[in-house]
Design a binder for this molecule. Structure first.
Ligand code: PLP
Length: 421
């Protein structure tokens, strides 16, 4: 697609955008001048769907009106509340419904998945990750290693960008898998890297690791709701994600996991269990059933009864994703939005001052562009904020801007590039 710098061009793209009306479904934070901010921070906290308030209030009302009976008699009964999330979530990640469960928070879920999939032996105890990874993942993985009485220094294998590069080459990951093939216990990759916005080649990495019997886990924090995913067909072993970034399900919203069918149905797999992972037919026999019998699906990893008040806004946002036509339709607009932003940043002489470190290939990125600023990055970031732009800054000199297809416009991209220029 060819782009133009004219403001009118941006306005035309908005006029032709089939998803344009979805912007109206979200609360847009306002700046000092009373106008909506240019909100490019959906990679940190997605905006609030207007429908979230009513759906949460419904649960508060059911609690007030019914007390404990809301478990079975509420408008959406709490006992099976998590089941209402199953199918739309499965569609977002390309899974069978039985392969996903929404629960807990992301890092907790990562630990739970590692309890099942990281079963190190003296010869096979290493974990391959990319660098830089999000710190919470690094802390989780290092403490998993220590928990099993190994040394992070010996057990952690890091795939790094090459000299003078910012993103990790797939070949580097494949080389490390080959080099440590006999010693790797797990490969854990962030689907989209939080810092660079790089989208990894998940199917290629998965095939390469599984050839050596190494299970593959994917952290989808920056991928879910951002790029189309096909976890089942890619044969990924497990995945984890949070729901407050692109999924717009609210601060600390309930997160999720994917366990591939071939593991999910295996009730012999070790896990850290709780009563909601137990077979529902015996769950309420309580102390009469001291033996844990896991559900033969991803539900078998669920531990506690579902947090209704943090699941309710997720129902609101999943409904919007469905109505918008799912990830295929959102991705079409997303590719256009981000390519347009890249065009504007690189055209017109600003290229010398800004360096986009996110991959140029649309197949290797989601919606985020990470913009390295050569001079006075912090001053520039402060000025962006003062001009009504909400994006974020990552040390030492990177501004992350994530135009999202549900509530951002081409005209906002145009204004952002103008302000930055
Ligand atoms: C946002 C993010 C997290 C946050 O973890 P929580 O457990 O939700 O607080 C972890 N890992 C990655 C890769 C992230 O992007």
């Amino acid at each position: 697609m060819t782009f133009s710098r004219d403001e009118e061009f941006a306005q035309q793209l908005d006029a032709k955008d089939p998803l344009h009306s979805f912007r109206d479904r979200f609360h847009l934070p306002l700046g000092n001048n009373g106008e909506p901010l240019i909100y490019f921070a959906g990679n940190s906290l997605g905006l609030m769907p207007k429908s979230a308030k009513q759906i949460v209030e419904q649960e508060l009302e059911d609690w007030a009106r019914l007390g404990v009976d809301a478990h079975l008699k509420g408008k959406t009964p709490w006992y099976s509340y998590h089941e209402t999330l199953r199918e739309p979530t499965a569609r977002l990640v390309g899974a069978q419904p039985s392969e996903v469960i929404c629960m807990n928070s992301l890092t907790v879920n990562l630990h739970l998945m590692m309890a099942t999939f990281y079963r190190p032996t003296n010869s096979r105890f290493k974990i391959l990750m990319e660098e830089p990874a999000f710190p919470s993942d690094t802390y989780a993985i290092k403490t998993q290693i220590v928990h099993h009485r190994f040394e992070p220094r010996e057990a952690l294998v890091l795939a790094r960008p090459g000299e003078g590069e910012f993103t990790v080459r797939t070949e580097e990951i494949l080389d490390l898998i080959e080099k440590h093939a006999g010693e790797l216990a797990v490969v854990l990759i962030g689907g989209v890297n939080f810092f660079t916005g790089q989208l990894f080649d998940i199917p290629t990495i998965t095939t390469a690791a599984q050839k050596h019997g190494i299970p593959v886990g994917i952290d989808l924090a920056h991928a879910i709701g951002n790029v189309p995913l096909f976890l089942h067909d890619w044969n990924v072993d497990f995945a984890v994600w949070c729901s407050y970034k692109y999924l717009s399900a609210g601060p600390g919203a309930v997160a999720g996991v994917f366990v591939h069918e071939r593991h999910a149905t295996n009730t012999d797999l070790p896990r850290l269990a709780g009563w909601f992972g137990n077979d529902p037919t015996t769950r309420f026999r309580l102390h009469l059933e001291p033996e844990f019998i896991p559900v033969a699906s991803a539900d078998g990893w669920q531990i506690s009864n579902p947090p209704i008040l943090s699941m309710a806004p997720l129902r609101a946002s999943l409904a919007i994703f469905e109505e918008a036509g799912g990830m295929e339709s959102l991705r079409q607009k997303s590719v256009k939005l981000t390519s347009y932003l890249q065009f504007l940043l690189e055209d017109g002489g600003s290229r010398k001052r800004f360096n986009v470190i996110t991959p140029r290939e649309v197949t290797e990125r989601g919606c985020q562009l990470s913009i390295q600023v050569q001079e006075h990055p912090k001053v520039l970031f402060g000025k962006l904020g003062a001009a009504g732009v909400k994006c974020d800054f990552r040390e030492p000199n990177v501004i992350r801007a994530a135009p999202t297809p549900l509530y951002n416009t081409f005209h906002e991209v145009w204004r952002f590039a103008n302000i930055l220029g």
